[in-house]
Design a binder for this molecule. Structure first.
Ligand SMILES: NC(=O)c1ccc[n+]([C@@H]2O[C@H](COP(=O)([O-])OP(=O)(O)OC[C@H]3O[C@@H](n4cnc5c(N)ncnc54)[C@H](O)[C@@H]3O)[C@@H](O)[C@H]2O)c1
Ligand SMILES: [Zn+2]
Ligand SMILES: [Zn+2]
Length: 361
């Protein structure tokens, strides 16, 4: 029997989100229904609401979640009812040209549920990143469920489902930060701060946090930034060069997704350094770079989808580090809120009052 639950929906471009009754079908072949326990509010949810991702309204928002599998469809073997899971938006197919080349973190044909969740009147919903977890239950492909140790509370574990994994992975997977490297992270929200924590885990010698907001910089220090730069008051590129003997950093990470920030990241890296774009630009943004510098400065300009993670490899590893006290997921949780408070959480995110608001269900 289909389930009727409450979910947070963006009905039209720019309009405040609303709590709607949604219909979650029984899981079909390869699908699972998950009772969501916690779901973080990520900037990407706000991008969806503003029409910055695509126009396939209405969206069922929420995609950074942990919960318990409550039903599975035919043929599901990777999870069972009762398993504690983090939801991922990279259920790799194993068969596309990226997977067959041995680079499944780039999978070009990731799995999502085949059936649609709907509004009560039957209107099909587009779940954010194929998840839609600001809801008491959600329907996903079973490959989107990654089993982890239930000792990790859901408000912390769920964060690995998007922002924290994206940030950590931008540093250690995409950026390839290694022992002794210098790193600059532009934008110290949940994603940027996770990149900072990732760089620290990887053994970076200097981790320079850049933001426009002093509170964000203070939190970034808490997550391991060794230096901070307020780019509202200071020329970030000059400050980073000064901190790195005039050279610039080995890895510069743009966790904002804005041309002006990308330009700073491009200019603040050392010769042969790497620029990583993990912030998501909107579709109208453009940038012009001197081609001679793209060539002459060498190195790599990369983008990072979900931190180039492999959920099955990376989620359990980071949960282990968390449970051992070596990776502070709790530091990302600014507040826990109810399912009716997502619009207010967007407002707080916009004003820089929170790192992560996490909905408890
Ligand atoms: N690539 C991925 O897989 C992936 C995954 C999750 C999120 N994201 C994207 O990452 C970005 C960050 O997400 P978040 O949840 O951390 O957002 P957030 O709003 O919490 O944080 C953004 C931070 O950037 C700072 N900022 C804004 N403009 C700036 C500027 N010009 N210079 C320096 N700092 C500036 C803000 O003060 C804020 O601290 C978003 O674009 C989001 O969509 C990407
Ligand atoms: Zn694939
Ligand atoms: Zn996200």
């Amino acid at each position: 029997m289909p389930y009727e639950v409450q979910g947070v929906v963006a009905l039209s471009k720019g309009a405040p989100v609303s709590l709607e009754t949604i219909i979650v079908p029984d899981p079909g072949p390869g699908e699972a229904v998950v009772d969501v326990q916690a779901c973080g509010v990520c900037h990407t949810d706000l991008h969806y609401r503003e029409g910055g991702i695509n126009d396939e309204f209405p969206f069922l928002l929420g995609h950074e979640a942990a919960g318990v599998v409550s039903a599975i469809g035919e043929g599901v073997t990777n999870v069972a009812v009762g398993d504690y899971v983090i939801l991922n938006w990279r259920a790799v197919c194993g068969q596309c040209r990226a997977c067959t080349k041995g680079k499944p973190w780039y999978c070009f044909n990731t799995h999502n549920a085949a059936q649609k969740m709907t509004l009560a009147d039957g209107t099909e919903l587009s779940p954010a990143l194929g998840i839609g977890a600001f809801a008491e239950k959600t329907l996903v492909h079973s490959g989107q469920c990654t089993k982890v140790d239930p000792a990790a509370p859901p408000q912390a574990a769920g964060l690995l489902g998007c922002g924290v994994m994206a940030g950590v992975g931008a540093a250690i997977n995409t950026g390839g930060v290694g022992r002794g490297d210098t790193v600059a992270v532009f934008g110290c929200g949940g994603v940027g701060d996770a990149a900072i924590a990732g760089a620290v885990l990887a053994g970076a010698s200097k981790v320079i946090a850049v933001d426009l907001d002093d509170r964000k910089l203070e939190w970034a220090r808490g997550l391991g930034a060794t230096h901070t730069v307020n780019s509202k008051e200071t020329d970030a590129v000059a400050a980073i060069k000064e901190l790195t003997g005039g050279f610039g950093v080995d890895v510069a990470i743009d966790a904002v997704g804005h041309p002006a920030v990308y330009q700073q990241a491009f200019d603040a890296r050392d010769l042969a350094g790497t620029v990583v774009l993990v912030g998501v630009p909107n579709p109208t943004m453009e940038i012009t770079l001197p081609l001679i510098d793209v060539f002459g400065r060498g190195g790599a300009l990369k983008s990072s989808w979900y931190g180039d993670c492999l959920p099955s490899r990376d989620f359990p590893m980071l949960i282990d580090l968390y449970l051992q006290g070596r990776f502070d997921l709790d530091a990302f949780v600014s507040e826990t809120i109810g399912i009716g408070d997502v619009e207010a959480a967007f407002e707080k995110m916009h004003h820089g009052d929170v790192l992560r608001s996490v909905v408890l269900l």
